[in-house]
Design a protein around this ligand. Structure first.
Ligand code: HEM
Length: 343
């Protein structure tokens, strides 16, 4: 189908909105009435037609607006994009992966023409038509990772693999759930996960790392993660906490349906060919409570999950203070029926 791109913002007047189609394909993350961390990994081999899992890199109605927002964040804070010197080859690997995937998966939007190392990339939604020499940095306006991820929704961490661990040695992070690339750069898998409650003692990170170290080229994996955000903000970074943290206090029983958003991350994992690095795209999907409630089984289930979530998780995810107001709102949509009962 032909995509219409929304003219919308993720700041100031918050004109972000989801169409009916976007709500229908929203990756609601709960497969039961309660939630606890787990090693919820599966193969990323596509999915139902028009679902967010169908393509390797989902492009949706928010694409152009998200790229505009990323450019604003980077103009304000260039440290949101960093690549240690040994990661440039991985950046080229990533550029190739995204250009090949997008041009194959969305031929009406993206074209890649290759003649040896002379490449031409056409990105119609963003009005880009660039020719460059693959593996020659001087022929692009940015480094290869930055060039292609300024044109791709979601944050990206590019992990070097050595000493049986993964190291956050490159990334572009402008749409994150309250963590900082500048703080985490150079850290390993256990170090950057240190703040997460309850998961270390359950052995989740040891098992997850084992899985990730063994991901092979051509066999990507995925998982979902979620949190809550007041207002449809993409940039909920520690760097800008002074701007968005206070917005959590603006929630009222009257505006909660429109302002409170469930924030879901579709996280994927791809092995890169030349560098053997692992790339970790984190794609953020936002949906307001009032839009979620248009699907009755989501309303019922979200109420139960939020109600029964351990205090440590509600605190870590930053909504412990607003939880009672959320529950007041959500309980109206929970009729007590089993959520397995279809609609
Ligand atoms: C949170 C990065 C893979 C489980 C986080 C955080 C970062 C991160 C930066 C935020 C930590 C903070 O509070 O500062 C990554 C990267 C990965 C990766 C780069 C890929 C190499 C995984 C995997 C799992 C996992 C495979 C589990 C199967 C979690 C959990 C949280 C978390 C449970 C807490 C999220 C929440 O409650 O919202 N991760 N992660 N991560 N990560 Fe990962």
């Amino acid at each position: 189908m032909t995509l219409q791109f929304n003219d919308e913002t993720f700041r100031d007047d918050y004109s972000f909105h989801n169409s009916e189609r976007a709500i229908k394909r929203f990756p609601f993350p709960f497969h039961e009435d309660s939630y606890m961390y787990s090693v919820n990994m599966e193969q990323h081999r596509g999915g139902p037609a028009d679902s967010v899992y169908e393509k390797r890199f989902d492009v949706d109605e928010h694409y152009v607006a998200e790229m505009r927002d990323r450019a604003l964040v980077l103009a304000d804070d260039p440290l949101r994009c960093q690549s240690l010197p040994h990661m440039t080859l991985a950046g080229w690997d990533l550029l190739e992966l995204i250009m090949v995937s997008k041009s194959e998966d969305y031929p009406d939007l993206f074209e890649l023409h290759r003649d040896g190392n002379n490449w031409r990339w056409i990105n119609k939604p963003l009005g880009i038509d660039d020719s460059f020499v693959f593996l020659d940095e001087t022929t692009l306006p940015y480094g290869p990772m930055e060039y292609i991820t300024r044109q791709t929704q979601g944050d990206f961490c590019v992990l070097d693999q050595r000493d049986d661990n993964l190291w956050m040695d490159a990334g572009i992070v402008t749409t994150q759930a309250d963590w900082s690339l500048d703080f985490d750069i150079g850290m390993n898998f256990f170090e950057w996960h240190a703040p997460v409650p309850l998961a270390h003692e359950k052995g989740i990170f040891v098992r997850a790392l084992k899985f990730l170290l063994n991901i092979q080229q051509g066999a990507p994996a995925r998982r979902l993660n979620w949190t809550m955000t007041v207002n449809p903000l993409l940039d909920t970074s520690p760097e800008n906490y002074h701007k968005w943290g206070v917005q959590k206090t603006t929630l009222t029983p009257e505006n909660i349906g429109a302002k409170q958003h469930l924030r879901v991350e579709l996280q994927t994992f791809f092995r890169l060919p030349r560098s053997n690095a692992l790339v970790f795209p984190i794609r953020c999907y936002l949906c307001s409570f009032q839009d979620l409630m248009t699907v009755p089984k989501w309303g019922r289930r979200l109420h139960r999950v939020v109600r029964d979530l351990p205090e440590e998780l509600a605190t870590y995810k930053g909504f412990i203070d607003n939880r009672p107001m959320m529950l007041d709102y959500l309980s109206d949509f929970d009729d007590g029926l089993p959520t397995s009962a279809g609609i």
